[in-house]
Design a protein around this ligand. Structure first.
Ligand SMILES: Cc1cc2nc3c(=O)[nH]c(=O)nc-3n(C[C@H](O)[C@H](O)[C@H](O)COP(=O)(O)OP(=O)(O)OC[C@H]3O[C@@H](n4cnc5c(N)ncnc54)[C@H](O)[C@@H]3O)c2cc1C
Length: 371
C-alpha cells in the first residue's frame, strides 16, 4: 500500500499533504519547525496572486487551477486566504515585463485592461503614473495570507488523515528497490514514496542540483492618507523599470509592504539570514517610495528578510524520479501556485505522471549554474 513521506511542511509540502490526504493516500509530513513558521520562504504577511503572468503563458492554466484550489481550501478551512482586490503592473509602455503581461493575457484571453491618465489616477490613486507609463490591470489578482494558508493546508490535511511530525528535521532520504527510508534524530521510518519540499533548505537535501538561496527583504511604510491602500479595495501592484518593486495594501493597518526588486543577495542557507539590513538598502527603498508612492511616508516602520531557493532559469523543480518526487526552488514566485503544485505531487505519487503541462519545471531539464 502506498505511503508517502513529505519532507518540509511549508507552502508546497503542506499543500502536497492536503492533496494526498484528500485522495485517501496515507502521508506523513516532517518539518524542522511546524507549519506556518516564518523562517523559510513563506513568512511576511502577504503574497501576490496574479494570472496575467510575466514569467510565461505556460503558467496560466496552472494559475487557473491554483485559484480554484485556493477557494476549495478556504471552504475546507473556513477562512479567507485570498483577497481578490485585483492587481496592476505599472511601468514604461515599452518595458519587456509590460509586454510579457500583455502577451500572457492575449495567449489565454484574460480580462486585462491598459489604463493611462485620468482613468488610472481615479481607479488606483495609490500608484500615480509618470510620463510614458501605463498601468495594466489584472482583475484575477489579489493577495494571499501565507502563514494562515500554510496552517490551513496542514490542518485540513491532518483532518483528512495525514500525520505531521513537527520539530523533526530529516537528516537523509534513502531510496532502494522497494521504498524509501527517512532518517531523523528519532530513527528511521519506511515509506513507499518521498516528496522533497524543503524550500530554501533545498541545497542540503538535493545536492547536485544548481540551486542557490537568496535573501529577499520586505519593508513596511506608514500611510500619509488613511483612505489609501485600503485592504479590501487597493490592488496589489508590481512596478517595473526603475525603481522596481511589489506593493501591497495595508493589511493590518500599520504599514504598506514594499518589496524592492534589486538583485537579491545570495546566502549559504536560511540559517545565515541576518536580522539587520544594510542602511544602504533601506535608503534605496526609501528613495523608491519618495519617487513613486506619494501616499506613503518614506521611512519604514518594519523591515524583515526571508529566504527562497532559486534555479538559474527562474522556474522551479517539480517532477518524479523513481519513488522520490522533487518539489523545490520555486524561485521567488511559487506561493500562489502551491496548491496546484501539491495536487501535481499527488498525481506523480499516485500514477507516476501528471496530465498538467509542467515540462518547464522538469528537474532533469538542462540547467546550468549561474556564473
Ligand atoms: C520575501 C518573499 C516574497 C515572495 N513573494 C511572492 C509572491 O508575492 N507571490 C508568490 O507566488 N511567491 C512569492 N514568493 C515565493 C514563495 O513564497 C515561495 O516560492 C514559497 O513560499 C516556497 O514554498 P516552499 O514550500 O518551497 O518553502 P517553505 O515554505 O520555506 O517550506 C519549506 C519547509 O521545509 C522545512 N524543511 C527544510 N528542510 C527540512 C528538513 N531537512 N527536514 C524537515 N523539514 C525541513 C522548513 O522548515 C520549511 O517549513 C516570495 C518569497 C519570498 C521569500
Amino acid at each position: 500500500m502506498t505511503s508517502v513521506a513529505v519532507v518540509g511542511t511549508g507552502a508546497v509540502g503542506s499543500m502536497a499533504l492536503w492533496r494526498l490526504a484528500a485522495r485517501g493516500i496515507p502521508a506523513t509530513g516532517f518539518d524542522t519547525y511546524a507549519p506556518g513558521h516564518d523562517r523559510g520562504a513563506s513568512g511576511g504577511e502577504t503574497r501576490i496572486f496574479r494570472t496575467a503572468y510575466k514569467e510565461g503563458p505556460q503558467y496560466v492554466p496552472l494559475l487557473h487551477e491554483a485559484r480554484a484550489l485556493w477557494t476549495e481550501l478556504e471552504q475546507a478551512a473556513g477562512t479567507r486566504l485570498l483577497t481578490p482586490v485585483g492587481g496592476v503592473t505599472v511601468g514604461p509602455r515599452d518595458h519587456p515585463a509590460v509586454d510579457a503581461v500583455l502577451a500572457a493575457a492575449r495567449a489565454h484571453d484574460l480580462p486585462v485592461e491598459v489604463l493611462t491618465g485620468k482613468d488610472a489616477a481615479e481607479r488606483v490613486p495609490e500608484h500615480p503614473l509618470r510620463d510614458g507609463e501605463v498601468m495594466v490591470a489584472d482583475r484575477d489578482a489579489g493577495y494571499l495570507r501565507p502563514e494562515p494558508a500554510v496552517v490551513a493546508a496542514a490542518a485540513t490535511a491532518e483532518r483528512a488523515g495525514a500525520t505531521i511530525r513537527r520539530y523533526t528535521p530529516v537528516e537523509q532520504v534513502r531510496e532502494d528497490a522497494t521504498g524509501v527510508t527517512v532518517v531523523t534524530g528519532d530513527g528511521e521510518q519506511r515509506f513507499t514514496h518521498a516528496v522533497i519540499a524543503p524550500g530554501p533548505w533545498a541545497a542540503h537535501l538535493l545536492p547536485g542540483l544548481p540551486i542557490t538561496v537568496k535573501a529577499i527583504t520586505s519593508t513596511w511604510f506608514p500611510r500619509r492618507d488613511e483612505t489609501l491602500f485600503a485592504p479590501g479595495r487597493c490592488p496589489i501592484a508590481i512596478r517595473v523599470g526603475e525603481p522596481a518593486y511589489s506593493c501591497f495594501p495595508s493589511v493590518d493597518g500599520a504599514g504598506v509592504k514594499v518589496n524592492l526588486h534589486v538583485p537579491w543577495r545570495e546566502i549559504g542557507s536560511p540559517a545565515d539570514l541576518a536580522r539587520s539590513v544594510p542602511a544602504e538598502y533601506v535608503r534605496q527603498v526609501a528613495e523608491a517610495v519618495t519617487a513613486t508612492l506619494p501616499g506613503l511616508r518614506p521611512d519604514p516602520v518594519r523591515v524583515a528578510t526571508y529566504a527562497d531557493a532559486f534555479t538559474p532559469d527562474g522556474h522551479g523543480l517539480l517532477g518524479g524520479q523513481g519513488r522520490v518526487v522533487v518539489a523545490a526552488a520555486f524561485s521567488g514566485h511559487g506561493f500562489k501556485l502551491a496548491p496546484v503544485f501539491g495536487d501535481i505531487v499527488a498525481d506523480l505519487v499516485e500514477t507516476g505522471t501528471t496530465g498538467r503541462a509542467i515540462a518547464h519545471l522538469a528537474p532533469n531539464r538542462p540547467l546550468r549554474r549561474s556564473p
